[in-house]
Design a binder for this molecule. Sequence first.
Ligand code: 13P
Length: 251
Amino acid sequence: MRKRLVAGNWKMHGGIEQNRDLLSKIVAGTMEIDKATCAVCVPYPYLSQVHSFLKDTHISWGAQNISQYDKGAYTGEVSAMMLNDFSCRYVIVGHSERRTLYGEDNCTVARKFKAALDAGLVPILCVGETLDQREAGLMEQVVSEQLDAVIELVGVEVLADSVLAYEPIWAIGTGKTATPQQAQDAHIFIRKRIASQNPTIAAELQILYGGSVKANNAVELFAMSDIDGGLIGGAALLADDFVSICMAANN
Ligand code: 13P
């Protein structure tokens, strides 16, 4: 059976003081959780803080992006190996904000995915379509192209060491959520596409839903059989809400 994962994507939010408060409430509030994994993906400057704060707790941590390169003259970039110095478990790759605001194409995302795996990190690969694409009936095509770019570079087998996140762009930060059935349908599509190449890996792969997951909709989203948890934006910054979402994943 697939274990659920709830990962907070803090995006460009945080501060030393407020992180301390948020993290201590998350740790305290999720003490009883034993059937789901909880994680926070924080901005780079706070990796040292989360490393020391969370290292003896049940909460995992990671970053939100990495370079596709190992090292070199890439001003402003951070390599996957550097994240190992902070014992990160996860790194988000291909988030829609990286794709749309920073021009990351499928090929770049695939190389980042590979860099994460090579460094022993668990990449959380984000896929998802815009509203225009959905309305034009292109969801399956867009998501397939995003997935295929990664599979062509690294092979389907290594998906066993990764996590996928279906994040419809029209539901991110908008308060609009895909209905549980819309999300489930997309997750089934993704799982079937991978199953066509390797049914065992498809059956074991964690596929998270992301896009306005809140404390008041997490239970119904996680009730869907192919939704294995969530990648949480805004609600991950509110301790009580994030804890409620983690609890929903534990039930
Ligand atoms: P929101 O939960 O704020 O919609 O953000 C979702 C997201 O982008 C998670 O990566």
